[in-house]
Structure formats: structure tokens, C-alpha cells
Design a protein around this ligand. Structure first.
Ligand code: ZN
Ligand code: ZN
Ligand code: ZN
Length: 1018
């Protein structure tokens, strides 16, 4: 950073008595903008002020009538304090909303919260303990509501502290009565239009939480399972399979499974119809397995040759070879239950692992379930909600079995022991593999057929163009109409939609919105009545969804309601609740369709939200459920663009967690370093990738990057005010033009270097507003730092100090010659020229940084002379506010000048190293030119060169002078005020120790004349 040249001067200290007054005539920066930001204290004060003035309402009023830009907030889950991921999420959204607002859009931000669901219910369960047993569902729901509200309030205060602007007083929340009613309305829309069915279906099931899990709620982790080979004895005639087997006893097939607990539910064995199978003659019987897997099966099951029981079986023991079709509808004996097992054919059987004979338990596998349907196997459940084996007697099990009453994972060894006892176990090992786990409780999940509500992905639909299609295909088509940022999101969600099963929307819990359907007590059919459905929606509006738990069907249904299927008149309520993803997915209806702040303009032919922006894990979460709900309600996606950000990791690429000790609490960072530091961090990362955060990194941002920016801004602000040394009064730069009584100099009359920096600032403005438009915040961050450090601090402000500090702050009209401008006025205007550039740059920087450094930019704005109100009410600057477009033609000239400058600075450094000079001002520079009239930038900018090089004099040498650039020590005397070494020091006898220019400055303020008694440094 520039600093005042007088501060470390030995010469001035030596001559204290005489030169102190001279020093006092220098126009050093004047500002109340403190170097120390003290953000932890000042930011809350500014927030309070914003709230008092209702800045958000002011912004909304200022943009009313402008084009709308709707960022629809994805609701965070209200069950804890915020973490750095939340900070990243909300800050990115705030960047978008603020940049669109400053680009002229009417860009509201209505924050939301996701308040229902299992994690809160589990927490409340833990808090209530045994008390819960005595509470009715409404009381439990009330406790859940209080819990969610507590964290909603906490998170809200933390987001506000971060400087996020939005409608915080009235956010949306999924537990609002109206929102709950809209969820029910969305469900009814699906229900009445034939998307919804109830059916037994294998779903991922958490036996710990006793609930079905959506796809998005399952995560994979390593799990060790038993791996067993089990033989099933053939009970049908072996001759039907192959004549070579006629009359043979002891024929078996071998199945392989890693879930022995599913064997009590085994109803069939599946063979691939086109795979080749062998009948292998061994010492312990004849075994039917896939030919391709024969050799590993012989090893794992230790099958000995029938011919020589000391040796493993070989190819020569094969009795017969036949395709899998021959095994269709043969029968086997269950290994320990009194049950006949059916041979079936299925395409999903592979010859990769196992035996080519697949044990089939329709209750515990998606493929198995499909096979069961094709072969009309009984649809039965053998395992209860908590994962315990039920008594199998009614399925032909006879005697009670030793595993009954055990949970499935505990039953594995018992069942293996049972297999051993029955002589059915041929091989046993352990297998470590990737296995699905519950994302809530992290326990392994099972597949279990249960009665659930589903949305059918193949529901017939009509596309907007009239074509017949399906729900799934409509979703796939709509994906192509959305902009995905980064672009890989499109392929990701396309694959997910293409392959996803039907949407299981029911959960067996309390804290949510019920699937508010009445079921006939006699035949179980759901009551289909749009009229009654409307009444339930209105009831929820009035009383919240708690109403479902309070009123009886008799109270809710009109008298005389009858079942359309059987005519019965008694009903029960469905007590399952909706998947929370359905609830948040319904936000496009609950919020975007009704909230006046987030509706697109009336009559908009494409009334979708402009942007959804969340973490990259939401493709299968909120983006998916929003897409499906949007199509269900309105036959279109609810968004035009979807942006995703990466994970927040530490410098070693590990997730941030309390247990690793690398956890970062954004609230603590704000308390210690400031909200703007968190915001600056968000701007510094490319959010499209995984982003890195650590406390040292944040501290470095605060102590290096932020501090440098702040000091540059402080210097700019200081240069816009000066003290009149004659009167001691402060004058603030008046941005009106000089001709209109102000201080600003028109661009054409500005000093070349000031024109140049404004052209660069205009370029910066164009680049930053473009980067903001593309949500490239990290580019903005780099552009800002680069400009402030390289262009301003290291160059422009450095060379400008001489002019700002030493040129006259006023001029005497009387001194002007009759024609043209006096030297004094000329110098005065040159100084105002610099201030004009600084004023425009400071104004532009305050606006350009406002979306990121929301607190600091507002502080800067209010320190700029003449500015009132908040920077957040302003629009972005336009490049032409800084410099006219044609001025860009100056850039090539300046590129040449800056090359020359680098050359000069290198030579000066050489002289300094040789101790020929101390400061650059002790040097003069000779530049050879062919002729003084030649058309070169050096000639054109001759008057600017001393300032550009920060030297006392520059001579353009023509004719016989040196042929190369040269620097040498000046022989001229040193001016005691500006320290330049120039020939005109002492020319004005009133001010004998200063140069002609400084004399003008002293004369302008009527500085008292003095005599030359002070010894000079030379
Ligand atoms: Zn669980
Ligand atoms: Zn009925
Ligand atoms: Zn001087």
C-alpha cells in the first residue's frame, strides 16, 4: 500500500522546526473508514440498522415492476445448527439474488425449511423416552413441531447474521398449515389422476427405524455377510430333464446366497433359459449347476468324483448337458421346511458368480418379486416391521423353527446350523461386499415386501403437444428443456429417471402429512371422491394436518358415504404419512404457485422458477422429487436452470466432521473473523467442484486477502477528502463537474494516466458483470484481487501519491493569465483529475463487491462523499460510467508504456543496488528517440513519464545522445516538500526550499513566506 512519503524522512526530522509546517501542507488521505475492520462487532450493528430500515423491503420496492428472477430456495432440514455446507448453500444463493437485483431484476428470496420427517421424530422419541407411550399422536406431533420450530428459528438467525437478504419474517415451512394442505392437494392430484396405487412390493426397509426407505435414503457401505452353498433336492422326475437321468435318485441343484435369513422365504429356484446346465455325478449325489460355473462350484462345495471319492469331480463326471429351459417347472424340496420349491426361468440369472441356480424369495428381492408374480407364487410376508422372523407354520412350516422371533441378521448363524443338521450345507465362507445401509441410522437395510403406496412411473400421460406418452418419458423429455450447471447433471438425472423404480411415497411414521385416504373397512378399497378430498385440503388449511389424527372418519365424512366397490358404509383412515421428498418436491406447488413473491409474472407462458441451486447430491433428492411433482401438477419441470455445488472438504480431501477435528462452525468464524470472511471464502472457490475449507485458510483470507482489499478501499476513500491547511476544514470531493461548481474533471480533460486506469476499470466492470451473470463468483474474486493489488495498489495509487499529496488543493482566479489557464489552476485540475478517477473507481468497486462483501461494501459506500442509503439499492455500474467506449483505443499505447516502465524500474533497481541512489526520485531517466516530433507513445506521453516512473525528470534524447535507455543520479537540488530533484527549486524566492510546483501549492493556500535557513539534505 502507498504510504505518505514524509513519514520516514530523516531530512525532515533533522529540520523539524522549519519543515514541519511544510509537511503539514501535504494533502494526506483523510478518512474515517478504519483500517481495522472489526467485523465481529460492526457487522451485527449494520445488520440491526438494515433491519430497522427494512432494507429488504426497500430493495423489493426499488425493483418493483422490473423483470422477475425467481431463485426457489431448497428447504434445509430444521434439526440442528448450521454447518459450513449450509453457509455455502445460502451464500451462493445470496450471491445470485444480489447480483440479479443489482442487474435490475426484481429478484425476491423466500427462504424455506423442511420440517417433517424421521430425524426429528427420532430426536423427539429420544427426548420423550417412556413418556411417549402415554402420548397420543397429536401430542407427539406437537413436540416434533416445537423441536423443528426451535431449529428453524436458530438457523434463521444464523443465516441473517451471514448477511443473506430475504423474506426472513415469513419464510415457507413444510409444517405450515397451508403448506401441509398443499402437500395433500398435490397428493390428491396424483391420486385422482391415476398415478397412485397401493401394493405389496419389495422396498428397502430399515428394521431399526421400522420404515420403508426411498432410494435417496439408501447409502452403500462395506458389510460382511455369510456366503453359503445350499443343496435343494429334486422331487420331480429327473428323466423329464434329461433321459440320461432316468431312474436316478439323489439329484440336487445348488444355490448360493449371502442372505441365509431369506431361506425361510424361499419359494423357487431360477435358472437362465439359455444357459447350459450340467448334471454332475459326485460321491454325494448328482448336482445340477451351470456349466460355466462348474469348476468354482466343485472347489467351494468340495464335490468329489463319483468314480473316485478321494479326488475332486471333473468334466468326466458329467452325466448330462441341457439348457435351462429343461428346468422350468421342475420341483425341489425346501432344505428345512415342508415346502415344495418351483423351478423357474428368469433372464436376470447370470454365470458370473454363484451356481447359475438362484434361490428366489419373492418377499425379499425386486427380481424375486417379479418372478413370483410371473409364476403366481403366494405373496406372503415372513418378516415383521422390526425384522423378526414370524412363525412359518401357516406356510407349510409345521413345527416351530429355531430362528422364529430372531431378527434377520441374528438368525443367519441359526439358519446355517439348521442347514448343517439337515445335510444341506455344501460350503460356507464370509464375504465382504458393498451393501445398502440406512442413511439415517447407518444400519444395514433389508429388502422386504410390504404394503406401500406408489406413484407409477409408467402412468399414461398426454404431452403438451398432444402425443401419448408416460410419466417417466415426460420427465425425461422435460430434463432436456432445463439448463444443468455443471452440464454433467443432465446425464446424471437422466440415468436416474430412466432406471428408477416406481416412487414409494408411504412411510410408517407420525411426523408428516398423512396419505389422507379413507379405506373401506369391508373390502379395503380406497374412497375416490374429489369433493371429499377438497374438504380435507380445506380442513388442513384451517387446522393443519393434525386434523387427520384428531377427527374420526365419521366426523370427517358426509353422512351416507358408501364404498363404491362393495356399498359398505364404514371406513378407516390410512395412517401412513408421505415421503418427505414428496413434501419438499411439492414446494413448486405450495410456494411457487401461490406465494405472490415467488410467482412468475401473470400470463407468463413458461412460469417456471429461473433457478434451483443445491448440492450435487440432490439430483436423486430434491431435484428429482420437484421434477416429478412439477410434471404431476403442471405437466412440466418446475425449473429453467439447475445449478449444483460440490462437497466441502478439508485440504486433505476429507469431509469436515467433528470426529476428524477439521469441523468448521461458520457461526464461530463469523464471531471471530466476520460474516464477510465466510462470504469471501465462498466467492474464492469454484462451487462446481468439491470446495476446500480449513480454519488456517479462512484466517489467511481474513488477514491477507480481505485486509489488502480493505486497505486499498481505505486509501481510495482517503483520497476523496482533503484538509484545507489554511482553514483546517475538510473538503469532500464533489462529483459534479468543475464547470457546474463541483470537482469532477470531464474524461477528455483528465490526465492520461487517469484516463488509462478508468479504461481498465471499465474493462473490469464488463468482466465482473459478465462473470456474475454466469455465476462465476470465483472469477469475480480473482478479478477484484488482481485489479486492486496489481492495477491500483502496486501501480496507479503508487504513482499517484505525488500528485495527490503535493499539488494545489485550490487556485486563485486572479493568477490566471488573460488567455488560457494559469499554471496553478492547471495543477489544481490535474489533482482533481486523479480524484475524479478515484471517485468513479470507488463507486464502481463498492457496487461490484456488494454481492460478495455485503457488509464492507455498504460501509465503503457510505464513506464515499455524497452517497446516501445502502449500496444494496444500487444497480451495477456500466463500463461507460467509467470511460467512454472509444477510450479503449488507449490500451495498446499503454501496453507499450508499461513495458517501458518495467524497463526503467529494473534500471532504477540496479542503481539502488549500487547505492548510487536511494529513492527513485533521486534519479533522472534518458530515453533515446529518433526525433522529438516522431509519432511515438514516448513523445505523446512525455509529460506523464516522470509520474509513471516515479522519478524526478525524464529527458527524451535526440541526435547524439545515448542510444539506449539510461538512468542516472540527478544533479538538481531536492525540493523539501515533494522531494523531487528538479532545476527549479528555489526559483520562487518566497519559498526558497521548494520547487516551482510546490510554490504554486503553497501560494494557493497563502502559506507564509520563509527564508532559506534550513539546510537541505544535499
Ligand atoms: Zn434406519
Ligand atoms: Zn368396500
Ligand atoms: Zn516540490
Amino acid at each position: 500500500m502507498p504510504e505518505a512519503p514524509a513519514s520516514k524522512s530523516a531530512a525532515l526530522q533533522d529540520a523539524a522546526a522549519e519543515s514541519k509546517p511544510l509537511k503539514s501542507t501535504l494533502n494526506l488521505p483523510q478518512t474515517a473508514f478504519p483500517m481495522k475492520a472489526n467485523l465481529p462487532v460492526n457487522e451485527p450493528a449494520r445488520l440491526a440498522h438494515w433491519q430497522q430500515e427494512d432494507l429488504y423491503a426497500q430493495i423489493r420496492a426499488a425493483r418493483a415492476g422490473g423483470p422477475r428472477y425467481i431463485l426457489h430456495d431448497g428447504p434445509p432440514y430444521a434439526n440442528g445448527a448450521i454447518h459450513l455446507g449450509h453457509a455455502l448453500n445460502k451464500t451462493l444463493k445470496d450471491f445470485v439474488v444480489k447480483t440479479r437485483t443489482m442487474a435490475g431484476y426484481d429478484a425476491p428470496y423466500v427462504p424455506g425449511w423442511d420440517c417433517h420427517g424421521l430425524p426429528i421424530e427420532i430426536k423427539v422419541d429420544e427426548q420423550l423416552g417412556r413418556k411417549k407411550l402415554e402420548m397420543d399422536p397429536v401430542q407427539v406431533r406437537r413436540a416434533c413441531r416445537e423441536y423443528a420450530q426451535k431449529y428453524l428459528d436458530l438457523q434463521r438467525s444464523q443465516f441473517i447474521r451471514m448477511g443473506i437478504f430475504g423474506r426472513w419474517s415469513t419464510p415457507y415451512s413444510t409444517m405450515d398449515a397451508e403448506y401441509e394442505a398443499r402437500i395433500a392437494e398435490t397428493f390428491y392430484h396424483f391420486f385422482e389422476n391415476g398415478f397412485v396405487y397401493k401394493g405389496l412390493k419389495p422396498v428397502s426397509w430399515c428394521i431399526h427405524d421400522r420404515t420403508a426407505l426411498a432410494e435417496a435414503e439408501v447409502e452403500y457401505a462395506t458389510h460382511t455377510s455369510p456366503s453359503v452353498y445350499v443343496r435343494y433336492k429334486l422331487t420331480s422326475d429327473p428323466a423329464q430333464i434329461d433321459p440320461a437321468l432316468a431312474g436316478k435318485g439323489d439329484v440336487y441343484t445348488i444355490i448360493w446366497t449371502t442372505t441365509p435369513w431369506t431361506l425361510p422365504a424361499s419359494l423357487a429356484v431360477a435358472f437362465h433359459p439359455e444357459l447350459e446346465y450340467v448334471a454332475l455325478n459326485t460321491a454325494s449325489g448328482i448336482y445340477i449347476v451351470a456349466q460355466a460355473l462348474l469348476s468354482p462350484v466343485i472347489t467351494h462345495c468340495r464335490l468329489m468324483s463319483a468314480a473316485n471319492s478321494e479326488e475332486p469331480a471333473t468334466q468326466s463326471d458329467i452325466l448330462a448337458l441341457f439348457p435351462g429351459t429343461r428346468l422350468d417347472r421342475v420341483t425341489f424340496q425346501h432344505p428345512f421346511l415342508d415346502r415344495s420349491i418351483l423351478g423357474t426361468n428368469a433372464d436376470y440369472v447370470t454365470a458370473d458368480t454363484g451356481t447359475g441356480a438362484v434361490h428366489t424369495a419373492p418377499a425379499h428381492g425386486v427380481d424375486d418379486f417379479a418372478t413370483g408374480k410371473r409364476y403366481n407364487l403366494p405373496e406372503v410376508q415372513y418378516v415383521d416391521d422390526s425384522g423378526r422372523h414370524m412363525h412359518t407354520e401357516r406356510f407349510g412350516g409345521g413345527e416351530p423353527q429355531p430362528y422364529e422371533g430372531l431378527t434377520v441378521f441374528k438368525s443367519n448363524p441359526v439358519i446355517i446350523e439348521l442347514l448343517k443338521q439337515r445335510g444341506a450345507l455344501l460350503g460356507e465362507a464370509k464375504l465382504e461386499h458393498s451393501y445398502p445401509h440406512c442413511w439415517r441410522c447407518h444400519n444395514p437395510v433389508i429388502t422386504r415386501a410390504t404394503e406401500q403406496w406408489f406413484i407409477d412411473m409408467e402412468t399414461p400421460l398426454t404431452a403438451p403437444d398432444g402425443a401419448k406418452t408416460t410419466f417417466r418419458q415426460r420427465a425425461l423429455d422435460e430434463i432436456t428443456r432445463v439448463t444443468w450447471d455443471p452440464a454433467w447433471g443432465q446425464e446424471r438425472i437422466t440415468n436416474m429417471v430412466a432406471t428408477r423404480p416406481d416412487w414409494c411415497i408411504s412411510r410408517q411414521r407420525i411426523w408428516g402429512v398423512p396419505i389422507a385416504v379413507f379405506l373401506c373397512r369391508k373390502c379395503g378399497e380406497p374412497l375416490q371422491s374429489p369433493l371429499i378430498n377438497r374438504q380435507i385440503v380445506e380442513l388442513f388449511m384451517r387446522e393443519s394436518a393434525d386434523a387427520w389424527y384428531i377427527h374420526t372418519p365419521e366426523q370427517l365424512l358426509p353422512a351416507g358415504t358408501k364404498c363404491a366397490a362393495c356399498g359398505h358404509s364404514e371406513f378407516r383412515k390410512e395412517m401412513d404419512i408421505l415421503d418427505v421428498w414428496f413434501e419438499s418436491g411439492a414446494s413448486s406447488h405450495a410456494v411457487l404457485d401461490f406465494d405472490k413473491d415467488t410467482q412468475q409474472a401473470p400470463g407468463d407462458p413458461d412460469p417456471r422458477a429461473d433457478l434451483y441451486a443445491e448440492g450435487g447430491d440432490q439430483h436423486r433428492g430434491w431435484f428429482m422429487s420437484s421434477l416429478l411433482c412439477g410434471i404431476g401438477m403442471h405437466n412440466r419441470a418446475p425449473f429453467k436452470e439447475v445449478a449444483t455445488y460440490g462437497w466441502t472438504l478439508d485440504e486433505q480431501g476429507r469431509a469436515l466432521s467433528k470426529s476428524l477435528g477439521n469441523f468448521i462452525d461458520p457461526v464461530q468464524v463469523m464471531d471471530q473473523l466476520g460474516g464477510d470472511i465466510v462470504r469471501l471464502w465462498v466467492a474464492s472457490v469454484d462451487f462446481r467442484e468439491d470446495v476446500v475449507a480449513s480454519l488456517p485458510l479462512l484466517k489467511r483470507l481474513a488477514e491477507e486477502i480481505y485486509r489488502k482489499l480493505r486497505n486499498t478501499l481505505r486509501f481510495l476513500l482517503g483520497s476523496l477528502r482533503e484538509l484545507d491547511p489554511a482553514t483546517g476544514e475538510q473538503h469532500a470531493f464533489d462529483p459534479r463537474l468543475i464547470d457546474e461548481g463541483g470537482d469532477a474533471v470531464p474524461f477528455e480533460q483528465m490526465q492520461p494516466i487517469d484516463q488509462y486506469i478508468l479504461v481498465r476499470a471499465a474493462e473490469l466492470t464488463a468482466k465482473i458483470t459478465k462473470a456474475y451473470d454466469g455465476m462465476e463468483f470465483h472469477r469475480v474474486y480473482h478479478l477484484l484481487n488482481e485489479f486492486c493489488n496489481s492495477e491500483l495498489s502496486a501501480f496507479y495509487l503508487d504513482v499517484l501519491k505525488d500528485r495527490l499529496y503535493t499539488y494545489p488543493v485550490k487556485f486563485k482566479p486572479g493568477n490566471a493569465p488573460a488567455a488560457g489557464m494559469s499554471e496553478q489552476k492547471h495543477l489544481y485540475i490535474a489533482r482533481r483529475s486523479a480524484q475524479t478517477a478515484i471517485y468513479k473507481i470507488t463507486d464502481a468497486l463498492a457496487r461490484l463487491t456488494a454481492p460478495i462483501l455485503s457488509f464492507t461494501a455498504d460501509e465503503v459506500w457510505q464513506s464515499i462523499p455524497g452517497k446516501q442509503g445502502s449500496v444494496h439499492l444500487q444497480l451495477f455500474p456500466k463500463p461507460e460510467d467509467l470511460a467512454p467506449a472509444h477510450a479503449a483505443s488507449l490500451i495498446p499505447e499503454w501496453e507499450k508504456l508499461l513495458v517501458l516502465r518495467a524497463e526503467v524500474l529494473a534500471k532504477l533497481e540496479g542503481l539502488r543496488a549500487e547505492k548510487v541512489i536511494g529513492k527513485a526520485l533521486e534519479a533522472i531517466v534518458d530515453i533515446p528517440v529518433a526525433s522529438a516530433t516522431e509519432d511515438s507513445v514516448v513523445v505523446k506521453y512525455e509529460d506523464t513519464l516522470p509520474e509513471l516512473f516515479n522519478v524526478s525528470e525524464v529527458e527524451l534524447v535526440t541526435g547524439s545522445g545515448p542510444s539506449a535507455l539510461a538512468v542516472e543520479r540527478s544533479k538538481a537540488a531536492k525540493c523539501d516538500r515533494c522531494w523531487r530533484h528538479v532545476p527549479d527549486v528555489g526559483h520562487n524566492t518566497l519559498y526558497p526550499t521548494v520547487c516551482a510546483r510546490c510554490s504554486q501549492a503553497l501560494d494557493a493556500i497563502d502559506f507564509p513566506p520563509y527564508s532559506a535557513t534550513t539546510p537541505t539534505e544535499n
